[in-house]
Each structure stands twice: as structure tokens, then as C-alpha cells.
Design a protein around this ligand. Structure first.
Ligand code: CU
Length: 276
């Protein structure tokens, strides 16, 4: 692995805009981890970022360090960043029910300083990042690679990821989104085309990535952490068949303080090609 990748992985995304692996940041804020719960795709890196005090990031829930942990690090002024890669090796070497990795800060677990990383292994390819690598964000509100444009509560932008399988017969494809707005409706839709070669076009505060023969697949109401889920059981509304590719995207309301003033925004896109 070369040094450039270690130092500045984000700079590589413009060279491979269809890259699925992403970096998801979790910040130490006082005696909390924020966001406290994140859902990531297989292969993603979770980057823990220190701000003040002396903490640890220690997998488990028992408040002890006994060598059985999937990951453990100090998070201090001298170790201000700690990366954990949630790849197949992690899932194989440290299997956890539901691919759910609870972690805690050992000195402060009694204050409730803990968090959760859940890994999902869905099909498809993320495209149409609003990170400036493709179509420019509508009002300089770039998000991170693998995500939509920044919104009023997240400079990262909202992210759509898949879960389940691409089998029409199984019909267990589902989607998760994060960094949406609490209680503001979010719509999952699909389109036959990836617009503008997969780079999307500006639309509201975001980029419109999926178009042609648009199907509305359901409205979800995000929880207090800004997360929503659609599916499984999307096939009846989607009408796809084996061999079809569909481009999925989330549209959501951001009514009060949206960066560009339109009151709505979108996630990245996810393209899935279906099998029998
Ligand atoms: Cu701590």
C-alpha cells in the first residue's frame, strides 16, 4: 500500500468515481461518539477522530480489555485518528451477530461513551457522489465521496447503501440512508438511466442521479439519528426483471435551513443489476 493512499485516500476518488469503499467519520465530542451509530458497507473504513481529552475506541460492551476485541486504540492528542477497516477479513476473524460491532471508551463507558458500527453487505455500485469529482454541487455544498451534497445538518451529505441480494426471486434487496433530517420524509426511487453518464445534474440542493421510467418505491420517515430504511420487498413496486439494471436514489426534505435554499436534497445513487 503506497503512502499516498494512506495520507490522502479521498484524493483517489476522482480517479475511480465508481469506487464503493468509503470513509465514514465518527467524532469524539466530549464524552460521546458522534454519530453514535453508523451503518457502513463492506470494505468501508470507519475513521475515529479525536478532539479533546483522553479516550479509547475499544470493541465490545464489557468495559474491559482482554485481547478478544476486534479493534482497540487510544484516542488522544498523540493518537488523534484511528481507522478501522470493516472488510471481509474483519467479518471472518471477528464475527459478530448481525455484523454489529459495539464499542466503548474504556475510561468513560460509565458515562455512556459508546457506539455501534453495523456492516451491511449489499449488492450494486455507488455512483454520483456530490464530492466535486463529477457534476459541481449546486451551491458549493460538496459532501464526502460516496455521498450526496451537504445538507443543513451534515457536511458529509446523505448516503444511500444497499443490503441483501440482487436476486429478483429472493426480493430481499433493501436500502439504508443516513444523515437525513429527523422526521422529514425521504423517498426512495429508481430509474432506468444513470443521468449524465452517472455524474447527475443539479436538482434542488443536490444532484439528480437516476432518471427515465422513474418508480417511487416508498416514503420513509428518518429516526432521531437521521436514518431511514426501505425494503425488503421492493420488487413489486419496482417491476424489474433478471438482467435489468436499476439506479436507486433517495430524495428527502430539508425544509428550514437547506444550504442552497431549495428545501430538498438527495443521496448518492446506487446501481444494481438483477439476477434471477
Ligand atoms: Cu472517553
Amino acid at each position: 500500500m503506497n503512502r499516498t493512499f494512506l495520507v490522502a485516500p479521498a484524493l483517489l476518488f476522482p480517479l475511480c468515481s465508481f469506487a464503493r469503499a468509503d470513509i465514514v467519520e465518527v467524532h469524539q465530542q466530549g464524552f460521546d461518539f458522534f454519530p453514535q451509530e453508523v451503518t457502513v458497507s463492506l470494505g468501508d473504513t470507519v475513521r475515529f477522530i479525536w478532539h479533546n481529552g483522553d479516550h479509547t475506541v475499544t470493541e465490545g460492551t464489557d468495559g474491559t480489555l482482554d485481547g478478544s476485541e476486534a479493534f482497540h486504540s487510544l484516542l488522544t492528542a498523540t493518537v488523534p485518528v484511528f481507522d478501522v477497516v470493516f472488510d471481509q477479513a474483519m467479518l471472518t476473524n471477528f464475527p459478530r451477530p448481525g455484523n454489529r460491532y459495539d464499542y466503548q471508551c474504556l475510561p468513560h463507558v460509565f458515562l455512556g461513551m459508546d457506539g455501534v458500527v453495523t456492516v451491511v453487505e449489499g449488492p450494486g455500485t455507488s455512483f454520483c457522489s456530490c464530492d466535486g469529482s463529477g457534476t459541481a454541487p449546486p451551491c458549493s455544498n460538496a459532501g464526502q465521496a460516496g455521498r450526496g451534497c451537504a445538507n443543513s445538518i451534515s457536511s458529509l451529505g446523505a448516503r444511500l447503501i444497499s443490503e441483501g441480494n440482487d436476486s429478483v426471486g429472493a426480493d430481499d434487496l433493501a436500502f439504508h440512508a443516513d444523515s437525513l433530517l429527523f422526521s422529514q420524509p425521504a423517498l426512495l426511487f429508481s430509474g432506468n438511466n444513470a443521468i449524465n453518464g452517472g455524474n447527475g445534474v443539479t436538482f434542488g440542493d443536490g444532484l439528480r442521479c437516476a432518471g427515465q421510467n422513474v418508480r417511487r418505491l416508498g416514503v420513509a420517515v428518518p429516526d432521531s439519528l437521521g436514518r431511514a430504511q426501505w425494503g425488503p420487498g421492493l420488487g413489486a413496486g419496482g417491476g424489474w426483471s433478471s438482467g435489468d439494471t436499476r439506479n436507486f436514489q433517495g430524495w428527502y426534505r430539508d425544509p428550514q435551513f437547506s444550504p442552497c435554499g431549495s428545501g430538498f436534497n438527495l443521496t448518492n445513487g446506487v446501481a444494481v443489476t438483477f439476477t434471477p
